[in-house]
Design a protein around this ligand. Sequence first.
Ligand code: PMP
Length: 437
Amino acid sequence: MITGDAQGRSRERSQALEAEAALVIPGAVNSNFRLSTAPPHRFWESAQGSRLTDVDGNEFIDYVLGMGSAVLGHSPAPLLSRVADAQDLLQCPAGQQRAEVELARKITSLLPSAELVRVGCTGSEMVHLAFRLARAATGRPLVVKFEGHYHGWYDSTFSGTTSLPPPGEFGAPVQSAGQSPGALADLAVLPWNDLELLNAFVGARGHEVAAIIMEPVLCNTSVILPREGYLEGVRKLCDEHGIVLIFDEVITGFRLAAGGAQAMLGVTPDLTVLGKALGAGFPIAGLAGRSSLMQLLASGAVMHGGTYNGNAMAVAAAVAALDALSDKDKAVHARLRHVGELLVEGLERLSSGGTGSLSVQGVGPVFNTAFDPPGPITDCRSYLASNLSKQLAFISALDAEGVRVTSRGTWFVSTAHTEADVELTLEAADRALRRIS
Ligand code: PMP
């Protein structure tokens, strides 16, 4: 049962802790994405399955799930016991251990593009490594990314999400005070899902382009699918011009299918960035790819380091997560899709029932809500034309109902979510939509 008053869930203890935190932690948060004002800040006490409980004792059905990491739900018992066993033996040897080999084997057996694998701790650093490998392999400087695609917060990538280049220009704008404009000189930001425009850009500047990076399903902006033929077209273009194609599957990897979006959509990149579902809540990320590229690391020609890379707890978590997600009969992903689709269909029914101009899009295991879009949402700019303040009002109203969704309106589903969760969520969403309409 969801506890607490739907109209005003107490935040007394959260607020007291937030005031204390602000004295010792800038902004009272450890990631700027948590500075967001909607839904209200809470301090979390415990989590189990699909539920998250705050320090005031309010329970939430959680669709944030560690920004998509907790694909098996919170605190999955088989995974936690594998982590506990691993940490009893050793934690951080700064050297090799057996489980690293087991993990790399699992990844290469699941992911179409993976011949060799390295692991680190965060998606941002593995993107950094992917760029380095692509530049080393091609001897070219430029990386092409797309509007609304997020590839981490590092100087050389953090652009084209909160700030876009003027229409028709492709220079990468600085998005943070203190960010090095020099680091962005080798990044171009293009609109996504527009093959003609990309063809023209590569036709003119292909000799400068080391890599094209994208989220194969655009999960950081409204969960947008590639247009039919787009990924195939980009793959062909990269082959023709000797450009490294990087899929950032930090969200989609192991979530959309055991083989990620690349298996689902049938297009194989040269390099794949992995994270989130890989560790099911533990800090581990990966870079997998073609042997000819990844082997550049073997000689030491291309540098990759990290004190915590391959630490025993994270590797054990990843091995356990992939055991759970690599089921041969595909039942786990069928279940994720089923529960996600029940939610999507239910929300669409509510919208067509007249309680909101809500548009829902995505693929079952991850989808997005948007309000009053003037037309189909096919890229970043068409999403930004939707009613973003209504989106925030909806998220806040859901919070008051005990349903937690990311502040950008992205919903992640886990294997722990049940049909009963869906029913409670849709009742809450109905009330939330009535309140904001
Ligand atoms: N790529 C994508 C697609 C992501 O969604 C994220 C994180 N949200 C990252 C990269 C960066 O990963 P991390 O936060 O682990 O650095």
